[in-house]
Design a protein around this ligand. Structure first.
Ligand SMILES: Nc1nc2c(ncn2[C@@H]2O[C@H](COP(=O)(O)OP(=O)(O)OP(=O)(O)O)[C@@H](O)[C@H]2O)c(=O)[nH]1
Ligand SMILES: [Mg+2]
Length: 449
C-alpha cells in the first residue's frame, strides 16, 4: 500500500466547497505540481490558500485551501493532503483527473479507512463505526456509532479476551508439564472462568436486538381495503401531504415509501394500494405489490373504516396477516361508528387520520413490541450483525470446551474451541480478520472514507 490514492471526500454535486483527499507518499509532490510551486512546504494542519493550475495548459482552475497532515499524524497514518476547492463537480473532476495523471490513483471504497487500520490508527470495529456513523439514520444511532468509534466495544472485549487467554495459557502449560489429567481443582477453576466469560459475551450479544433496531429501524406497512384512509394516515404520520388522498376507492396504486422516526427509532413507512379484487390492470399490480410488501414488513398496520361495517375484503385481510406481526387501527373515529366486533385477542386502536386523534397511541403501539425498554440507557449496543455473529460463535465454542472439561476430555481437544473463540473475538476488532473478509467489509464503505 505504498501508492498514493485520491478521492472526493464530499458528495458529488454543487456545493460551497468540495474536498478532495490524497493519501500516500506522493501527496505532497502531487500538490506541489498542482500549485506550481516546487518549494511549497505547507505547515501541517494549517490552511494555505493556493491557486490550482492545470499543469498542461498553465490555466488557473480554482483557488483552493490546502491542508496538509503529516505522517503519522493523519487519519490514514500516511501523508494526507486535502484540497478544499469550490464545490463544482466540473472543477473537482478536473483537479482529480490532473492528480491521476501524476502519481495518484483512484481510491477504492473504504480504502482510506483500510489504510488507517493497516497503520494502526484504528481497529476494525472503529473503522466500521465511522461507516455506520455516516450511514446513521437517527441521532441515537449516530451516538452509538460514536461510542463504538471511541473504542467502547474493543474496551469491553479486551478483558474477556485476556481472561480467555489466561485459561488457554493454563491449559497449554498443563499440556506440557502434567502427565495426568487436569487436577479437579484446576478444572473447576477453569470451568468457573469460562462460565463467567460466556455470561458476559451473552450479555453483549443480547443488546443486538435493540442495536439493530436503532440502526436499521422498522419497516411498517399500512394496509387495508380501498378508502379506509391509509394514505391519509400516511400523510398524518409524516406531517405533510405526501400521498394523494381522494374519496375515490383505488386512489393509491403504486406504493410510497417515506422515512420518519418515532422515539429515535427510524421507521420506513409504506403506503400501499387498497386491497380488493379488481379488473383494472394497473390497480391489480398495485394490489399484488401490497401483498408482497405486507409479507416483508416488520409490522403491518391493518386499517379499518370505523364508520362502515366490516366487508369481505377486511376479513380476507385478517386471514392474510394472521401469521404476520400486525396491529389493527380503526380509522375515522371522528365519524359515527358502527361498532366493529373483532376477536378479543386482537390489539385495537381507534384513530382519526383527519383530526389526529389517537395517533400518538398508534405511534407508541408501532414501536412498543420492538422497544427494548429505554433502548439507550442500556449502554453500548451491538448493532452490527457481523459482531453479533462472532460473539455467538465464540460463545458456542466456549460452551463446547466447557462441556468437554466436564467430560474430562484431554486438554488438546478442549483447547481447540477456546482458540477458535479467541480468534472470533479477535475478528471483531480485526486482529485476526483475514484479507478476504477485510475486503468484503471495506467494500461496504463509501468512496473517499
Ligand atoms: N372523516 C374522516 N375521513 C377520512 C379519515 N381518513 C380518511 N378519510 C377520507 O377517506 C377517503 C379515503 O382516504 P384515503 O386516505 O385516500 O384512503 P386510502 O385507504 O388511501 O384509499 P386507497 O388509496 O384508494 O386504497 C378520503 O375522502 C379521506 O378524506 C378520517 O379519519 N376521518
Ligand atoms: Mg391511498
Amino acid at each position: 500500500m505504498k501508492d498514493t490514492i485520491i478521492a472526493l471526500a464530499t458528495p458529488l454535486g454543487r456545493s460551497g466547497i468540495g474536498v478532495i483527499r490524497l493519501s500516500g507518499e506522493d501527496s505532497l509532490s502531487t500538490i506541489r505540481k498542482l500549485v506550481r510551486d516546487k518549494n511549497f512546504n505547507p505547515k501541517p494542519r494549517f490552511a494555505a490558500l493556493k491557486k490550482i493550475y492545470d499543469f498542461e495548459t498553465n490555466e488557473i482552475l480554482d483557488e483552493a485551501v490546502i491542508t496538509y497532515f503529516q505522517s503519522p499524524q493523519s487519519f490514514t497514518g500516511e501523508d494526507i493532503v486535502e484540497i478544499s476547492g469550490h464545490g463544482s463537480p466540473v472543477i473537482l473532476r478536473q483537479i482529480i483527473d490532473l492528480c491521476l495523471k501524476l502519481d495518484a490513483r483512484m481510491a477504492e471504497a473504504g480504502e482510506f479507512s483500510l489504510r488507517a487500520l493497516a497503520n494502526g490508527r484504528l481497529n476494525l470495529s472503529q473503522a466500521e463505526a465511522i461507516r455506520d456513523l455516516i450511514d446513521a439514520q437517527s441521532a441515537a444511532s449516530a451516538r452509538q456509532s460514536i461510542r463504538q468509534l471511541r473504542g467502547e466495544l474493543s474496551n469491553e472485549l479486551q478483558p474477556l479476551k485476556d481472561d480467555l487467554l489466561d485459561v488457554i495459557v493454563v491449559l497449554e502449560s498443563s499440556l506440557e508439564f502434567v502427565e495426568d489429567d487436569l487436577p479437579a481443582v484446576q478444572a473447576r477453576n477453569i470451568k468457573e472462568k469460562l462460565v463467567k466469560i460466556i455470561a458476559q459475551l451473552e450479555k453483549m450479544a443480547a443488546t443486538f436486538q435493540a442495536g439493530k433496531l436503532l440502526r436499521e429501524g422498522l419497516k411498517v406497512a399500512l394496509v387495508g381495503r380501498p378508502n379506509v384512509g391509509k394514505s391519509s394516515l400516511f400523510n398524518a404520520l409524516l406531517g405533510h401531504e405526501r400521498a394523494i388522498v381522494t374519496a375515490i376507492a383505488g386512489t393509491t396504486r403504486d406504493q410510497l415509501h417515506e422515512k420518519l422516526t418515532i422515539k429515535n427509532i427510524p421507521i420506513s413507512l409504506i403506503d400501499t394500494a387498497g386491497l380488493r379484487e379488481t379488473s383494472d390492470t394497473v390497480e391489480s399490480i398495485g394490489v399484488e405489490r401490497s401483498k408482497r410488501t405486507m409479507a416483508d414488513a416488520d409490522l403491518v398496520v391493518v386499517l379499518l373504516d370505523g364508520s362502515e361495517n366490516l366487508t369481505a375484503e377486511d376479513t380476507d385481510l385478517f386471514d392474510q396477516v394472521k401469521d404476520l406481526n400486525y396491529l389493527v387501527a380503526i380509522n375515522k373515529s371522528d365519524l359515527e361508528q358502527t361498532k366493529i366486533k373483532l376477536d378479543e385477542k386482537i390489539k385495537l386502536l381507534h384513530i382519526s387520520a383527519k383530526t389526529g386523534e389517537g395517533l400518538d397511541k398508534l405511534q407508541n403501539a408501532i414501536i412498543e413490541p420492538f422497544a427494548t425498554n429505554n433502548l439507550e440507557n442500556t449502554g453500548f449496543l451491538i448493532s452490527d450483525a457481523r459482531h453479533f455473529d462472532l460473539l455467538r460463535r465464540s460463545v458456542l465454542e466456549i460452551e463446547v470446551s466447557s462441556h468437554l472439561i466436564d467430560e474430562q476430555t484431554s486438554e488438546e481437544i478442549i483447547l481447540i474451541g477456546l482458540h477458535n473463540a479467541l480468534r472470533f473475538l479477535g475478528e471483531i476488532t480485526g486482529e485476526t480478520t483475514n484479507e478476504d473478509m477485510l475486503t468484503r467489509i471495506f467494500s461496504t464503505f463509501c468512496i473517499g472514507k
